[in-house]
Write a protein that binds this ligand. Structure first.
Ligand code: CU
Length: 215
């Protein structure tokens, strides 16, 4: 009975270390996975498409190799976890750095030209391609009130046109282009309506449609 006191200090120490771990480990894992996904997505979004695919493959291989390497070692000390942390974190660091400096954005735009420029501001000249009975875009952003030219490149064998309506379901067209035969290209010239969102479709195939945004 009189020897009860000594274990107290070590017992108290053990409790302090063991209790938070079941909470800390999952929480830290969630934060780490979130950071990892964000960082790596920044990398993939900031490099040219071809590089992104390659990078994703290399990164997956890297993770496998690193984990294999670590798994083959005896987990004798904490340096193993340190290594794992470095492997997990460096894409985050690189990704955040890339996002901060906007590195690769110009390269990506240069490599992809029209594709990268698609979400840019309003234009007075736009091209719409039709193939396999579908348009290559579902958004046309035009300069409001300006005389604009929309080129319809019909790569199908069936005719298509471009018609713009106030909204889906409206019957009075704001602009209705003549049908373009398969394999032909036409320039539609019209005044873009006042700022707003409108609806466009091919009247021959109303399932070919999208939004016209003027601003
Ligand atoms: Cu059509």
């Amino acid at each position: 009975m009189s020897t009860q006191t000594p274990p107290d200090s070590s017992f108290g120490h053990e409790v302090r270390v063991k209790v938070p771990l079941p909470i800390v480990i999952p929480l830290a894992s969630i934060v780490l996975i979130g950071l990892l996904a964000y960082g790596f997505s920044q990398i993939l979004l900031n490099v040219p498409k071809e590089a992104a695919t390659m990078l994703a493959i290399v990164m997956a291989a890297n993770v496998l190799i690193a984990c294999t390497f670590i798994a083959l070692r005896k987990p004798t000390d904490r340096s193993v976890y340190g290594e794992l942390l470095v492997v997990a974190l460096y894409p985050v660091i690189v990704g955040v750095a890339i996002a901060q400096f906007g590195f690769g954005e110009e390269a990506a735009e240069g490599a992809h030209g029209e594709h990268a420029a698609a979400p840019a501001g309003p234009v007075t000249e736009a091209t719409l391609s039709a193939s396999s009975v579908s348009f290559d875009t579902d958004t046309l952003t035009l300069a409001a009130g300006e005389d604009v030219t929309v080129t319809l490149d019909n790569q199908d064998s069936v005719p298509h046109n471009l018609a713009i309506y106030p909204d889906d379901g409206a019957t009075d067209a704001i602009f209705q282009g003549a049908n373009v035969n398969g394999g032909s290209t036409v320039d539609y010239e019209f005044a873009a309506p006042e700022p707003g969102e409108y609806y466009f479709q091919c009247d021959v195939h109303p399932s070919m449609n999208g939004s016209v945004i003027t601003e």
